[in-house]
Design a protein around this ligand. Structure first.
Ligand SMILES: Nc1ncnc2c1ncn2[C@@H]1O[C@H](COP(=O)(O)OP(=O)(O)OP(=O)(O)O)[C@@H](O)[C@H]1O
Length: 320
């Protein structure tokens, strides 16, 4: 059994967790991560929320949940879930965070599509919101370091057009208390997910906002390219790095296989690659390029997303 498996917190439906504020009843498991699990819970009034639970382990240096709570307390933007409650259960040995419930992850929404990708306009519109969320995080002096479709979700009901950023477990402060850039460490261990990791992470170089934006670019490609990024089938970190580097040179076209409107995407990638650790980022340039790419393809970046249109289709069917 691995350490992670030993760390599991396993709640069955009906289990009650009481805080100073309320009692939450577990409805079902929503997802499991490396350090814990997320449950659908309801409070005494029947209001549904998400509860993230992390097993308390003395030997663990960094609690992912503590980082998550610190960030959600600090950042109040529309792309961030609101904290409902939080606490710890010393006797049972776990921490919990109760937060606003959101909908399916981008990864789940994508896998429900026939080609397993979003339409061009949805992909770019969603990616634009994903970047807004990261920009907000960067403003508060943090980098995320694990951007991927699993870590973004759409909202529920009237918030189905809104994208939320989730999971700040391996986020890191890149600004010091004087709001200056921290001095980069000489070497940094690999963190995050191989498919979306920026080149700096592969090379064990300290990451900065531009590296989140590089991961975001891979996420964008993953959202719109049938079959995902060209290194999707590689698992070896060195091979993935090599392919990411080659996609900057002679294999660049692999990044856009079948994508019609590539000029603006190319400009965005060139821009990201031109940024260094200490550089400020022009996010507006990226939003504008995404919008222009959609216009050039004869589409509207603000149009309802694929899953919103599907819902409209379903209700129209039902009303027939
Ligand atoms: N507020 C929420 N509302 C609904 N579902 C959520 C919420 N937060 C997380 N989830 C779901 O729970 C799953 C796990 O969430 P998350 O990635 O935050 O957990 P984690 O334990 O940190 O995962 P990992 O260790 O893999 O990064 C995700 O698939 C996500 O869709």
């Amino acid at each position: 059994m691995s350490d992670e498996e030993e760390d599991d917190v396993n709640f069955k439906a009906g289990v009650e967790i009481t805080s100073g504020k309320a009692t939450y009843t577990v409805v079902r498991l929503l997802g499991e991560g490396g350090f814990g699990a997320v449950y659908l819970v309801k409070d005494g009034k029947g209001k549904q929320c998400a509860m993230k639970v992390e097993r308390k382990i003395e030997k663990r240096k960094h609690s992912k949940l503590k980082m998550e709570i610190a960030i959600l307390k600090l950042v109040n933007g529309k792309h961030f879930t609101k904290i409902v409650d939080r606490g710890k259960k010393d006797k049972e040995g776990f921490f919990f965070l109760v937060m606003e419930l959101v909908g399916k992850s981008l990864s789940d929404l994508k896998s429900e599509r026939q080609d397993k990708v979003f339409s061009f306009a949805t992909g770019l519109g969603v990616a634009s919101q994903c970047l807004e969320a990261v920009e907000e995080l960067h403003k508060y002096g943090f980098i995320h370091r694990d951007l991927k479709p699993q870590n973004y979700a759409c909202g529920l009901d009237d918030k189905r057009h809104l994208i939320y950023i989730l999971d700040f477990g391996i986020a890191r402060k890149y600004l010091n208390t004087k709001n200056e850039l921290k001095t980069p460490r000489e070497t940094v261990g690999f963190k995050g997910t191989v498919r979306y990791a920026p080149i700096a992470c592969h090379r064990n170089i300290e990451m900065a906002p531009k590296d989140d934006v590089e991961s975001w670019f891979y996420l964008l490609i993953d959202l719109i390219l049938v079959g995902s990024v060209p290194w999707r089938k590689l698992t070896d970190k060195h091979e993935v790095l090599k392919m990411k580097e080659e996609c900057r040179k002679d294999k660049r076209s692999l990044l856009y296989n079948g994508i019609k409107q590539t000029t603006e995407l190319n400009k965005i990638l060139d821009y990201i690659d031109s940024r260094a650790y200490q550089d400020r980022l022009d996010y507006q340039f990226i939003y504008k390029s995404l919008s222009e790419a959609c216009t050039a393809a004869g589409m509207d970046i603000d149009a309802p997303y694929d899953w919103e249109r599907e819902k409209e289709g379903t209700s129209a069917e039902k009303s027939k």
